[in-house]
Design a protein around this ligand. Structure first.
Ligand SMILES: [Zn+2]
Length: 147
């Protein structure tokens, strides 16, 4: 399982945090203070083996970026997706799905072009964007999702 090593702002200890648990308000193993992930979160990579299970358990809204590694617009969007994972940590789960490795999930959501962004609330698909949006456009959409 993928993890990040997150520094604690209170005591400086390094904490190993599962990407899939970043939204669960992780606490420092040393001083027990909340670990601030706002500049160190990463998107959660999901695939055919875990997407539905993770989505069903998601306690907050989720944005899923369906991408392909060979797609230029997807690569251009990637740093924006990472920024969103940081700035919305705890309010929004930001996930990625590599469509070249996970055709089942892509077929389930009828992904025909990459990147496609899917927006989930209460584990239900509520909106989508096809193609790479400008960051400001994407943030506007997210603010609607989080209202
Ligand atoms: Zn600490």
């Amino acid at each position: 399982m993928e993890t990040i090593i997150a520094g604690c702002r209170s005591c400086g200890a390094k904490n190993r945090i599962l990407l899939k648990k970043q939204h669960l308000n992780p606490r420092c193993g040393t001083c027990k203070e909340a670990v601030d992930l706002s500049n160190q979160a990463l998107p959660v990579p999901l695939g055919d083996h875990d997407f539905q299970q993770f989505l069903k358990a998601a306690p907050i809204p989720m944005l899923a970026d369906f991408f392909a590694p060979t797609c230029g617009p997807c690569r251009a969007l990637a740093p924006i997706i990472i920024n969103l994972a940081c700035s919305y940590v705890g309010r929004l789960i930001v996930a990625t799905v590599d469509t070249s490795h996970h055709p089942g999930t892509s077929a389930h959501y009828q992904i025909r072009a990459v990147p496609t962004l899917l927006f989930f609330r209460n584990s239900v698909l509520v909106d989508q964007m096809i193609g790479a949006p400008a960051e400001r456009e994407l943030i506007t959409k997210l603010e609607q999702l989080l209202q």
